[in-house]
Ligand binder design. Structure first.
Ligand code: ATP
Ligand code: MG
Length: 202
């Protein structure tokens, strides 16, 4: 075990740290919604997005979710929202996987239909928080026009926060986002042959 720090030194370090935190808090004075991009190849992007959804719901805020996912399996988050928070507007693309459908035009049409829901929410000041789960793939696969997405995100109501998740992310999204976190894959159980688990992975 590491030796305990010298109490006097530790107390001094804490005083310094507290002063730094107080200075940072004093600097952060702007009240506005934020655009958050959660990207990278590790596990934890969607679950983090839903973590904020549940935070916001705890304060009685109005929340919307659009999932640009291909899978048709219902996630635990969706089941919980449907049973306990029916007031949350929830849309899922659920077209089946591209490698099954192999139809770019059909995928793009489905993406457009889902984006129409997102666009409506992004223009509605009634929404406090919107989760656009896996949206990055729609840009990467050219199913949706990036400029239009960026334009909508930038022109949303000032108090509204938006979370975008998905690998890749893209330079334009990174540039306009206020907060960007990259979840790095160190290792994943799946690579060791462990099956995706209910309640953990979906
Ligand atoms: P989660 O939904 O668990 O927060 P995520 O949103 O970060 O994961 P996605 O890239 O959207 O990850 O992948 C969705 C599914 O794939 C999840 O079930 C997740 O556990 C799994 N997954 C995430 N990262 C990896 C990885 N590096 N290798 C294998 N499977 C992964
Ligand atoms: Mg995800």
């Amino acid at each position: 075990m590491k030796p305990r720090p010298d109490p006097e030194k530790f107390a001094k370090a804490m005083v310094k740290q507290k002063a730094a935190v107080t200075r940072s808090l004093a600097r952060a004075t702007t009240e506005q919604g934020v655009l958050i991009l959660l990207t990278g190849d590790g596990k934890g992007k969607t679950t983090s997005g839903f973590g904020m959804v549940f935070r916001a719901l705890g304060y009685g805020q109005k929340v919307g979710v659009v999932q640009f996912i291909k899978g048709t399996q219902k996630s635990g988050e969706e089941l919980l929202l449907a049973s306990h928070y029916p007031e949350v507007e929830f849309h899922q693309m659920a077209t089946g996987f591209t490698w099954d459908t192999q139809n770019h035009a059909a995928d793009s049409a489905a993406a457009e239909r889902s984006w129409a829901h997102a666009e409506k929410m992004l223009q509605d000041p009634g929404f406090d928080l919107i989760l656009l789960d896996e949206l990055t793939y729609m840009i990467a696969h050219r199913n949706l026009d990036e400029d239009r997405i960026i334009d909508c995100l930038q022109n949303r109501p000032a108090h509204q926060s938006v979370i975008v998740t998905g690998r890749g992310g893209g330079a334009a999204l990174r540039r306009v986002a206020d907060t960007v976190s990259e979840v790095k894959n160190i290792k994943h159980a799946f690579d060791a042959g462990i099956k995706a688990r209910q309640g953990v992975d979906y």
